[in-house]
Unconditional design. Structure first.
Length: 363
């Protein structure tokens, strides 16, 4: 359940971020691509092309310069047209752009990212293919106008045929602000929600796995996790002596308070790795994981029994003492947890038969 909620929350955040990114950054760069292509299409009309209009009748020149005017109005958008063999050497592709051109597929835009010291950019690459209207400038060198020869010379930008890949349009948009916005959203909203959910999840886990009266783990949690609770160590089964008399003498409210205090006294002598369960009534099971020394267990049990017997329980001004009987079984991988508890239970009942307030190791 927890994993599902985390996945759902993460998916929702990512979905919203992607949607916002598509609507804001991607839609802007796509609009620039469409607008630049519209300029190229208009300029490519043969009836609008005249030699004396050069270079304003050149689609790439018109598109680049019109887009430049727009770029100047928005510092976060840039437009270029590059080629491996351009007429204007200022439009020569760099090494990365050359790879894009080599891998370009017809009419398929490619997206990528780049960055400098202060900014991150989303980049769109659109292939440029030679049309019939392009041949007067990029076909045979002798067919080009004198104006073109004067502007760009006769060495590059020629030799293309209709349908050849000329280069790519490079459209970039600064997305640094978008990423900062998403990061701020993450810090302000998502992280607090996750922290709240973790707190809620912890409370839910406690409600399901912790006994509300004693604060120890409950029997339900034991049944779910018994196969992985302990491999090596000791299993201790506690029973509060004469607990029925406490209930009959002082009432069940007092009995409940005794259960809680006994649990707290046991836990005060435990390590963080030890696990205490309440199996019902006045019966507790303590798992001492990783302890192989019998003398160490005897020392721990002695401390717990001393702590409980020396504690003064009070009900309506009346003080009384409580003791416990304990059965102990060594847990090895060859013994199931249930068998270890059963053996500890038999040892505990033997203690009850012989005077209580003591402990015994199972045979």
């Amino acid at each position: 359940m927890k994993a599902f909620v985390y996945i759902a929350l993460a998916s929702s955040v990512i979905g919203l971020a992607v949607l916002d990114f598509n609507v804001s950054a991607v839609s802007r760069i796509d609009s620039m691509a469409e607008f630049s292509q519209a300029i190229r299409n208009y300029t490519s009309k043969l009836n609008l092309s005249a030699a004396q209009d050069f270079p304003y009748n050149v689609p790439s020149f018109a598109a680049v310069h019109v887009m430049k005017e727009l770029n100047d109005l928005s510092v976060n958008m840039k437009y270029r047209e590059v080629s491996n063999n351009p007429s204007n050497r200022q439009n020569l592709a760099n090494d990365h752009e050359k790879k894009i051109i080599m891998g370009a597929k017809k009419s398929v835009a490619q997206y990528g990212f780049s960055s400098d010291i202060d900014h991150i950019y989303l980049i769109r690459y659109d292939p440029i293919y030679v049309k019939e209207s392009c041949l007067s400038c990029h076909g045979k060198v002798e067919n080009a106008s004198a104006q073109q020869h004067r502007h760009y010379g006769k060495k590059t930008g020629y030799g293309y045929k209709e349908g050849d890949l000329y280069g790519v349009k490079v459209i970039s948009i600064d997305i640094t602000w978008f990423l900062i916005r998403y990061l701020a959203f993450l810090v302000i909203f998502v992280i607090p929600v996750i922290m709240w959910f973790k707190g809620f999840d912890k409370k839910l886990t406690e409600a399901l796995n912790v006994d509300s009266l004693s604060g120890a783990y409950n029997k339900n949690y034991y049944l779910k996790s018994k196969d992985r609770l302990i491999d090596n160590g000791y299993v201790l089964l506690f029973d509060v002596d004469d607990f029925k008399n406490i209930n009959d003498t002082y009432g069940h409210t007092c009995g409940d308070n005794v259960i809680w205090q006994v649990c707290e006294l046991i836990k005060s002598k435990c390590r963080k790795t030890d696990m205490l369960f309440r199996f019902g009534g006045e019966e507790f099971v303590l798992f001492l994981k990783g302890i192989n020394s019998k003398e160490r267990v005897i020392s721990i049990v002695g401390d717990i029994m001393t702590e409980i017997s020396a504690h003064e329980f009070v009900h309506e001004g009346i003080k009384f003492n409580v003791t416990v009987s304990i059965g102990i079984c060594k847990k090895a991988p060859s013994i199931s947890t249930e068998d270890a508890i059963s053996k500890a239970d038999l040892a505990m009942y033997d203690v009850k038969k012989h005077g209580k307030n003591n402990f015994k190791f199972a045979d």
